[in-house]
Design a protein. Structure first.
Length: 73
């Protein structure tokens, strides 16, 4: 099965944090259980400072919510 761009972290970051704003990764690692990866992405826009955590699920998708039953940071 071929992955589509909608599964990528880049796509999710652009979807949630406006594609024209500069962003930076401020934190990354694994959740407490060590099963899922996470990335925190920050941006500063005219409306203020924004940060979101993205979690990678078992199927390779990145989402703004952790996998079911996963202990987060």
């Amino acid at each position: 099965m071929r992955r589509t761009k909608t599964q990528s972290l880049r796509y999710q970051v652009e979807k949630w944090l406006a594609p024209t704003s500069p962003v930076r990764v401020s934190a990354f690692g694994h959740t407490r259980s060590g099963k899922a990866r996470y990335v925190c992405v920050e941006t500063h826009q005219e409306t203020g400072f924004h940060a979101l955590f993205f979690f990678q699920h078992d199927d390779g998708y990145w989402n703004v919510f952790p996998p079911m039953g996963e202990e987060t940071l």
